[in-house]
Design a protein around this ligand. Structure first.
Ligand code: AMP
Length: 406
């Protein structure tokens, strides 16, 4: 952390900060922001520069317009919310490169903020394009990356643009906070016991994470669809539960290695003991509770069962540092949401008692809504699911590398 420059290393007086933010916020059908966390977390960086009477140019992407200009992907809708949060007017311009944009930037006065149009209206943004980066580089004196949610991507504004700023580049407060919080786990500096709970549907995207954190964790709980490949390889009957059979051969050796490690470190890796099974995903379908190793054919494990809830929650309650990514069941359907709700309540309760909790991933954060009053109690909600998972593989994110390299 010490070797990455932050905005605290610069005085922004009379300087134009070109800040790559991540304003890719979820919206409803009326284009209203349904979760403003990403914008709110970027405010401290903007405020520090405003306080120093710098000028601010904000660049971001929104959605997947795939290189085409499209009204529904315009970033203009962010302006009222951002102005309200900052208690000052935010200017907007309908493009992000070119002579007109440059003119607008040069007209900025100290303390003014200009939000530019969606970077992804140019296909070059997603192609690590030197020319596009050069055009963007004309818009600021100091480059600031505060877009954690896309810092695992090889995109122009993340990896190429910083090259044009020499020593004059850094990360913002949002990035700093994300890195510090993940480091509580990666550097084993968090208070022990450290517990990771990984759920969700697919194991292939998280296998590398398991390999890395097995040496860090005091407890590693595996729930959701993630558990079934392990149970299958261990000789269990998983019925029609989700298993990525086309990927399982590739990951079989890794899975076996992890299961062997489990034999030696018996307390670290835990799977659900029982599961709620059903023949379909329907809200009205019959359910049964069976041991996870004996799911009949035609049935699918769709939530963790009562013994597993008790077992997992008991471990979480005793933990001082807790990481959670991925629901332990198909929480979107009420029949299969009890496991995830119980996990949420327990993490919130344990946090209230003084433990540190970090939750990341779109589904996990969305699922917090199921239990009123819990979201506010979590110590930190990561603004980047994919970026956070990449960090847990103990890899330096491309966006961070680009700031370190001059
Ligand atoms: P991921 O993107 O891998 O974190 O997966 C999140 C999705 O996993 C959610 O939509 C859940 O419905 C789904 N999920 C969780 N548990 C299961 C399960 N046992 N079977 C199928 N899908 C699951």
């Amino acid at each position: 952390m010490e070797y990455i420059k932050t905005i605290n290393n610069f005085d922004f007086r009379n300087q134009t900060a070109l800040i790559r933010v991540d304003f890719n916020v979820p919206v409803n059908e009326n284009h209203q922001i349904t979760d403003n966390t990403r914008i709110k977390y970027s405010i401290p960086t903007i405020q520090k520069i405003l306080y120093e009477k710098g000028k601010i140019v904000l660049i971001s992407h929104f959605g997947r317009p795939k290189g085409k200009i499209s009204e529904i992907y315009s970033l203009k809708f962010i302006v009222p919310f951002l102005s309200k949060e900052l208690k000052t007017d935010v200017l907007f311009f309908e493009n992000c490169i070119g002579k007109d944009v440059e003119k607008k930037v040069h007209q900025l006065k100290n303390g003014e903020i200009l939000l530019l149009e969606n970077l992804r209206f140019y296909k070059e943004e997603e192609e690590e394009n030197e020319h596009f980066a050069f055009e963007l580089s004309k818009l600021g004196d100091i480059y600031v990356n505060d877009a954690f949610g896309v810092s695992h991507r090889l995109h122009t504004s993340i990896t190429i643009l910083p090259k044009f700023f020499g020593e004059k580049k850094c990360i913002g407060f949002l990035m700093k906070k994300e890195i510090q919080n993940i480091n509580k786990f990666l550097s084993k500096k968090g208070k022990k016991p450290i517990t990771f709970l990984l759920g969700g549907a697919k194991i292939s995207s998280k296998i590398e994470i398991i390999e890395n954190i097995i040496d860090i964790a005091d407890h590693l709980l595996i729930g959701g669809g993630m558990a079934f490949p392990f149970i299958k390889i261990n000789g269990g009957k998983v019925g029609d539960s989700i298993v990525e059979y086309n990927k399982i051969i590739k990951i079989e050796n890794t899975l076996k290695k992890i299961l062997d490690q489990k034999k030696n470190k018996i307390n670290i890796l835990s799977f659900p003991k029982d599961v709620v099974i059903s023949k379909s995903f329907k809200k009205t379908s019959n359910t049964k509770i069976v041991p996870i190793y004996s799911i009949p054919d035609g049935w699918m494990g769709l939530d963790i069962g009562p013994s597993s809830i008790k077992y997992f929650c008991n471990i979480i309650e005793k933990s001082k540092t807790i990481f959670w990514n991925g629901p332990v069941g198909v929480f979107e359907i009420s029949n299969f949401s009890l496991g995830t709700k119980s996990i949420i309540k327990t993490i919130a309760k344990t946090t209230e008692k003084g433990s540190f909790s970090l939750i990341g991933g779109g589904d996990s954060i969305a699922s917090l809504k199921m239990v009123k009053g819990c979201k506010e109690k979590i110590s930190y909600l990561s603004t980047g699911g994919g970026a956070m998972l990449e960090s847990l593989k103990n890899k330096i994110l491309p966006g961070i590398k680009a700031i370190i390299n001059t």
